[in-house]
Design a protein around this ligand. Structure first.
Ligand code: NAD
Length: 353
């Protein structure tokens, strides 16, 4: 479902054809009011340029709010390397496209800082880094913060604990049950952490090769539909977006939903459906901010430090509590409360409303 009208409220939109590769690079800088606009570089196939530009604009705006609500000194941006449907890049042209992207990032002179995203990986950041300093998420041996997934998983675990404390009066997971949907880089780690805390697990992934590892954690393997409808304490979506909609929410039995998946709501209106159903939903961009919180530590004086990063990621629990408090106090949804918190921080920093 289309959730974003491509209204321009951005500071910059740059579209450049790569000199080496011919691949178009698009960078949207939504806001630098709170700091440099950080957001990943997505290498993806699109039907047309309009779809690619819209993706960059929408994702950049999302990054502004995600960083603002997490209290980070970062703005929001996003990069796209646009391929046409069916187009494949040879390794040499792919490298050339990444270097071209690096030139575009450098041209923006620090207004935008890139990172890995769908279609790019940490080693691609090394290629981009040949052309610009404004790259984050490089390998640890190059002074970067490395793979963001462990931090994202820690942030999700922290969010689940904060939400359970609110819903059940205790953050203990002993005797609690959680359905984890999607056992990828983040979901499998979350499942492991929850199992260690004594939770009973239900698990699902489209990819059945994940099943043995799930069973090894003591999880019961179920279908995706069963995971969403199960009488568990928590549903933890860690696969793709759009899982919460007009059909799935009325069937939910879990009092808490918190997970890593981006864009969990099929539309913003679903946030109210969840409240009406008595479900405590932690907004996805609050729960899954661990990766960006970890990256932000790279930009702190003294550079990246894993212990400091873990401390900052655990502070996501405070954000969850602040959002849930505000939602309760103002009789609004956690989505609206999180957006208001982000907007207030942006307004204080001078971002036009
Ligand atoms: N990796 C991070 O640091 C990070 C940060 C923020 C948000 N996220 C979001 O969290 C989610 C998971 O990220 P990831 O890095 O673990 O991705 P991943 O690709 O490693 O894992 C996703 C898993 O979900 C499974 N899956 C896909 N569709 C499914 C479906 N319909 N039903 C069940 N399983 C399905 C895949 O088989 C895969 O195992 C994504 O939405 C991502 O955008 C990730």
């Amino acid at each position: 479902m289309e959730r974003y009208q491509a209204d321009l409220e951005h500071e910059q939109l740059v579209v450049r054809r790569g000199e080496r590769s011919g691949v178009y690079a698009i960078v949207a800088v939504h806001s630098t009011a709170l700091g440099p606009a950080l957001g990943g570089c997505r290498l993806w196939r699109y039907d047309d340029a309009r779809a690619a530009v819209r993706d960059a604009l929408r994702l950049a705006r999302g990054m502004t709010h995600k960083s603002a609500v997490a209290g980070l000194p970062l703005g929001g941006g996003k990069g796209v390397l646009m391929l046409r449907q069916g187009e494949a890049l040879s390794p040499a042209r792919r490298r050339a496209a990444l270097e071209d992207f690096g030139d575009t990032v450098e041209w923006l002179d620090g207004a935008y800082v890139t990172a890995e995203d769908v279609g790019t990986a940490s080693r691609d950041m090394e290629v981009i880094a040949r052309r610009t300093r404004h790259v984050s998420g490089r390998a640890r041996r190059h002074g970067g913060s490395g793979d963001p997934s462990p931090s994202t998983a820690l942030g999700v675990e922290t969010s689940i604990l904060a939400a359970c404390e609110r819903a059940f009066g205790s953050a203990s997971l002993r005797g609690r049950s959680v359905a984890v949907i999607g056992l990828g880089h983040v979901g499998m780690r979350v499942a492991r952490m929850l199992a260690r805390r004594g939770a009973t697990l239900l698990a699902n992934d489209l990819d059945v090769t994940k099943r043995p590892a799930a069973l090894a954690l003591g999880a019961r393997w179920v279908s995706a539909e069963e995971a969403l409808r199960a009488p568990v304490d928590v549903v933890c979506p860690c696969a793709l977006g759009g899982v919460l909609d007009d059909e799935s929410v009325p069937a939910l039995q879990a009092p808490v939903v918190a997970g890593a998946a981006n864009n969990q709501l099929a539309s913003d209106a679903v946030a109210q459906l969840l409240v009406d159903r008595g479900v405590l939903w932690v907004p996805d961009f609050v729960a899954n901010a661990g990766g960006i919180v970890n990256i932000a530590v790279e930009l702190e004086p003294g550079g990246y430090d894993p212990a400091r990063a873990r401390m900052r990621v655990r502070a996501i629990g405070d954000t969850v509590r602040a959002v849930l408090d505000a939602a309760e106090a103002n009789a609004t949804t956690p989505l609206a409360a999180a957006m208001e918190l982000a907007d207030a921080r942006l307004a204080d920093a001078g971002h036009p409303a």
